[in-house]
Ligand binder design. Structure first.
Ligand SMILES: C[S@@+](CC[C@H](N)C(=O)[O-])C[C@H]1O[C@@H](n2cnc3c(N)ncnc32)[C@H](O)[C@@H]1O
Length: 236
């Protein structure tokens, strides 16, 4: 039992290391990324719409990148994350803006998915930088879950921001990129990286779970001095 708790606190996709980076960088090197994400979220659900909407956050960690005022504009917020520290830090960051306590579920998304949707039948769903990392956590279970995902979201309001690329290669200062469809690699590399730069990048393979022919938005996230991500946003 204690081993399971530690594995959740130290989990590679979040956990202690992620919290310490977030607390160090969220108001400095993450600031532009957080503002770009906030604009995109407000376009997805405005404060006026949020007042009559319940929100379900999928793997938000402590919501280090999410805007407090926007979260606080929803009628209610629920969240699922494996990390037991997430709820404590979330309350410290956002508690003052929330009209009611967040309904936390400390469980595994893959295991709980159908039950989670059934118990939150009308909630809008926000995948918080989870889909690009899901396969890294558990490839076989993620693949099986990805196959069921589109059907399970039918009729729901949903949005996802997730890793498309990551690596040590520094991104250049660039505005967010809007694309009328899922952008190809060449377009993204041209927009976010200096011409002629070379190095290794990880492409976070996502099965085509969401339609390719809808608008997508892209931002860069300078996660750490030696780690840069290109984030992809897609919403219903
Ligand atoms: C990179 S963090 C999310 C970052 C967050 N969006 C932010 O704004 O700071 C990924 C989160 O996914 C959670 N996670 C990973 N696998 C999970 C699973 N199978 N079920 C539930 N949560 C999971 C981790 O605990 C971690 O908090």
């Amino acid at each position: 039992m204690a081993g399971k708790l530690w594995s959740r606190i130290l989990n590679p996709g979040g956990g202690l290391r992620y919290h310490s980076r977030a607390l160090r960088y969220r108001n400095s090197r993450w600031q532009d990324y957080r503002q770009q994400l906030a604009s995109w979220l407000e376009e997805w659900t405005s404060a006026a719409e949020a007042a009559s909407t319940d929100l379900l956050l999928i793997a938000p960690s402590a919501g280090h990148c999410l805007p407090s005022t926007w979260l606080g504009s929803f009628r209610s917020v629920a969240a699922i994350d494996l990390d037991p520290m997430a709820r404590i830090l979330f309350r410290r960051l956002h508690g003052a803006s929330m009209p009611a306590p967040v309904g936390w579920i400390a469980s595994d998304v893959f295991q709980e998915w159908e039950a989670l949707l059934a118990s939150h039948p009308d909630h809008a769903v926000l995948f918080c930088n989870f889909l690009g990392q899901a396969a890294e956590c558990d490839e076989a279970r993620a693949a099986e879950w990805f196959a069921r995902l589109p059907m399970s979201l039918t009729g729901r309001r949903w949005a996802s921001f997730h890793d498309r690329y990551s690596g040590e290669l520094p991104t250049k200062a660039a505005s967010a990129l809007d694309s009328p469809h899922r952008a190809d690699s060449e377009t993204l590399l041209r927009h976010f990286y200096e011409k002629g730069i070379s190095g290794e990048l990880t492409e976070h393979e996502l099965p085509p779970i969401f339609p390719q022919d809808r608008p997508y938005r892209y931002w860069s996230w300078p996660l750490a001095p030696d780690q840069f991500h290109i984030i992809e946003g897609c919403r219903s």
